[in-house]
Design a protein around this ligand. Sequence first.
Ligand code: ADP
Ligand code: ADP
Length: 220
Amino acid sequence: MIKLQHVEKVYRTSAIETLALNNINLDVQKGEFVSIMGPSGCGKSTLLNIIGLLDEPSRGVVEIGGRRVEKYRDRELAHLRNEKLGFIFQSFHLINDLSVLDNVEIPLLYRSSSARQRRALAQEALEKVGLSNRMKHFPKQLSGGQKQRVAIARAIVGKPEIILADEPTGNLDSAMGNEILSILQNLNKDGATIVMVTHDDAMAKKTHRLIRLFDGTQVL
Ligand code: ADP
Ligand code: ADP
C-alpha cells in the first residue's frame, strides 16, 4: 500500500544543508497499523509528509496504492491525496466558524458529490467516531478529544485507504488519547492502513509494527 525505496530528503537553506531522511526503505502492507517514533528533529514529520504526498523526496522512489508518484504533477498529486489519504494532526486544524458537520464535509467539496451525498457521508463518518449528537456544534464548544474525533471524521469521510496521523494524541490527556487510539484501531479493523507518529510508547505497542528513526536514519 505504501512503499518507499532509498528515500532521502535534504533541506537546503542558504549555506546550511540538513539531511532529514537518509536511505529510508519502507513497505507498509494493506491493513497494517504502523507507528513511527524517535526524538524531536529525527525526521518523523518529513517522513509522514512524503508518504502523504505533501513533500517530495530529494532522492528515491515513493509508491502509494501501487502508483509511483515521482512524475506526477501537483494536480495529479492533489487528486491522489484526496482519493487515497486521510490526515489527522496533533492540533486538529478545524475551522472554528464552521459547524462540526460542515468541517467534516470539507474534503468532499473537491469531489463531484451533491450536497445531499456530502451530508449523508459526513453523518456516517460522525457516527463512526461517536459524535452524531454534536453535528450542529462548533469546535469551540467541544473538548479536545471531541475535536480530534471531528478531525478523524473529516479524515475518513472520503473513505481513504490510508490514514496518516501526526501525533494524534499529543494534545490530549491519556484517557482521551486512549479513546482516539481505539477509534483508530476500529478503523484499522475495518480495513484502513494507518501510519501514526507518536511519542507514546504505550500507544506504539498497541500497533502492529514500530519504525524508529534516529537522526534521519531508520534504526532496528
Ligand atoms: P521531527 O518531526 O522528527 O521532529 P522533522 O521531520 O520536522 O523532525 O525535521 C527533521 C530535520 O529536518 C530537522 O533537523 C529539521 O530541523 C529539518 N527541517 C524540517 N523541515 C525543514 C525545512 N522546511 N527547512 C529546513 N530544515 C527543515
Ligand atoms: P503540530 O505538531 O504543530 O501540531 P501538526 O500535527 O498540526 O503540527 O502538523 C503536522 C504537519 O502537517 C506540518 O508540517 C503542517 O505544515 C502540515 N499540515 C498541517 N495542516 C495541514 C493541512 N490541512 N493540509 C496539509 N498539511 C497540513
